[in-house]
Design a protein around this ligand. Structure first.
Ligand SMILES: Cc1cc2nc3c(=O)[nH]c(=O)nc-3n(C[C@H](O)[C@H](O)[C@H](O)COP(=O)(O)O)c2cc1C
Length: 181
């Protein structure tokens, strides 16, 4: 698919078919992340692909509560990808401290978008999730105490006819300028 078309097609999908995602496709998604750029090529991420139904339900339940329920749809997703932030190279750590930049967080965002664009190309729907009970997710997936979860992504086949509802975006004039801010 042409990249511009893929940008149009990728959207946050919040309903999924009750249908597993083929393992070969999951490997393709991992490959998309593997090839993502990162500061000093640190690749400061690991992915935990949660597919076991019982475990997945528990992890999904860690993304919403009765009070804050907008992520309830995550229960439908047949795959949850949990992206952890791993220690970057020493040079990136030093550079990040000197320049006050959180490079791994930038990196993981890029990696997540690689994953979501690849998912869209494969006909899968995805939704990045920044709202979750991190200690609970870590406990469920046996993620080391010092390791942080950066982002989660819900994945699955959208229902037939799921509408393409690209959210309104700011105009080009609002977000870009030539030569001066
Ligand atoms: C870092 C990040 C965190 C997000 N967290 C959530 C979330 O917890 N729940 C949710 O439904 N959508 C979440 N989203 C999806 C955004 O709401 C969505 O990308 C945005 O509204 C634009 O819509 P689109 O993805 O359909 O183009 C998140 C997106 C990003 C990039």
């Amino acid at each position: 698919m042409k990249l511009a078309a893929l940008f149009e097609q990728r959207q946050s999908v919040r309903r999924y078919q009750d249908r597993p995602v083929e393992e070969a496709l999951l490997h393709q998604l991992v490959e998309a992340v593997r090839l993502a750029p990162s500061a000093s090529n640190s690749q400061p991420w690991r992915l935990v692909l949660v597919t076991e139904p019982e475990l997945r339900e528990k992890v999904a339940r860690a993304t919403f509560s009765r009070l804050v329920s907008f992520n309830r749809f995550v229960l439908q997703a047949p795959v949850l990808v949990v992206m952890t932030l791993e220690r970057p190279k020493l040079i990136t750590q030093i550079g990040g401290r000197l320049k006050d930049r959180d490079f791994p967080l930038i990196d993981i965002g890029i990696a997540a978008e690689h994953l979501c664009l690849q998912a869209a190309e494969l006909g899968l729907g995805s939704c990045m999730l920044g709202w979750f009970d991190e200690p609970r997710v870590k406990q469920l997936l046996r993620i080391p105490v010092r390791t942080r979860v950066g982002l989660m992504v819900a994945l699955g086949y959208p229902p037939e006819g799921y509408p393409l509802r690209k959210k309104v975006r700011k105009s080009a004039a609002e977000i870009a300028a030539f030569n001066r801010y």
